[in-house]
Ligand binder design. Structure first.
Ligand SMILES: [Zn+2]
Length: 248
C-alpha cells in the first residue's frame, strides 16, 4: 500500500491494516530510487512473508530491488521474519550495535519471547530464527537507501537497543519511530526486563527535538502530516513527571 512517493506499508497484522500475518508489525518499504529497504519484516509465521513479498509486487515494485533489511528492535513481531528475508533477498542486514548479538543468537530471554509465549502473544511452539547481521549502528550513523539518508537515533525505553530513524523525503520529513510513540501520544510499556521508563522519557525528548512531518510507528495509525503532535503529547506527559497513556 503506497503511503507517499517513497514509503509503502507492505505488511501488518491486526494492529495494522491486516496486510499480512495477524501478529506482524507494520512492515515498511522505503523506495530510494535505485534501491529499496525493508524495515522490520514482521513475525513471519508460515507463509506470511510470501504475502509481504506479494504486497510489494502488487504495489508495482520488484522485491529484487530491496538491498537493505533494517531492524528497529529485536521484538519477535518485528524481526521473526528477518532470517527468511535475509535468505530470500540480496540484502545487507542492519540493526543497532546493542541488538546485533541478540538477533544473531535468537536469544529468547533477551527478546522476552519466553514471556510473550506465556502471555499468549505468540504461539506456544514459536521459535525465533537467528539471523545474521552485517552492519551495526550507533547514534548518528547514516544508512543510505538510494537517494534517502536515514539517520539512526538510539531510542531505548520500550526495550534496549531500540532505534528510530529520521530522514527527508521528496515532499516531507519522516520519523520512523517503530515502537517508541504511537498515535495520540501513547507509548508501549511492558513488564519485561528491558522496558525502562527513564530511558523512555529521554528517548521521547530526543525525537521531540527533531523536525518531521510524518510519524511511521510500528503499529496502529500512521500520520503522514502532523505526526510531530503525537510525540509532543507524549513528551508533555513526561515533562510533567507523568507517564503517557499506554497502548495496552
Ligand atoms: Zn516492540
Amino acid at each position: 500500500m503506497k503511503l507517499t512517493s517513497q514509503v509503502h506499508v507492505v505488511g501488518g497484522g491486526r494492529f495494522g491494516f491486516g496486510l499480512s500475518g495477524a501478529l506482524d508489525c507494520h512492515v515498511y518499504l522505503l523506495n530510494g530510487g535505485d534501491e529499496m529497504a525493508l524495515i522490520d519484516p514482521g513475525l513471519g509465521l508460515g507463509r506470511d512473508f510470501d504475502t509481504v513479498l506479494q504486497n510489494i509486487r502488487d504495489d508495482g515494485l520488484d522485491p529484487k530491488r530491496i538491498r537493505k533489511l533494517i531492524l528497529t528492535h529485536y521484538h519477535c513481531d518485528h524481526i521473526g521474519a528477518a532470517a527468511e528475508a535475509a535468505q530470500r533477498l540480496d540484502v545487507e542486514v542492519i540493526t543497532s550495535k546493542f541488538s546485533a548479538p541478540v538477533v544473531r543468537s535468537g536469544d529468547e530471554k533477551a527478546v522476552s519471547l519466553d514471556l510473550g509465549r506465556a502471555a499468549g502473544f505468540y504461539p506456544a511452539d514459536y521459535v525465533l530464527p537467528p539471523c545474521r547481521v552485517d552492519t551495526e549502528l550507533i547514534e548518528g550513523d547514516v544508512v543510505r537507501v538510494g537517494d534517502l539518508a536515514l539517520t539512526a537515533y538510539e531510542t531505548p525505553g520500550h526495550c534496549d537497543g531500540h532505534l528510530s530513524f529520521h530522514f527527508a523525503g521528496h515532499d516531507r520529513t519522516y520519523l520512523l519511530g517503530a515502537d517508541l510513540v504511537f498515535w495520540g501520544g501513547k507509548i508501549l510499556l511492558q513488564t519485561i526486563h528491558d522496558c525502562r521508563i527513564g530511558d523512555y522519557s529521554r528517548s521521547v525528548f530526543k525525537v521531540e527535538a527533531l523536525p518531521f512531518d510524518a510519524l511511521l510507528p510500528g503499529h496502529l495509525q500512521i500520520s503522514l502530516r502532523g505526526g510531530h503532535e503525537h510525540v509532543d503529547t507524549a513528551a508533555r506527559s513526561f515533562r510533567m513527571l507523568g507517564v503517557p497513556p499506554n497502548l495496552t
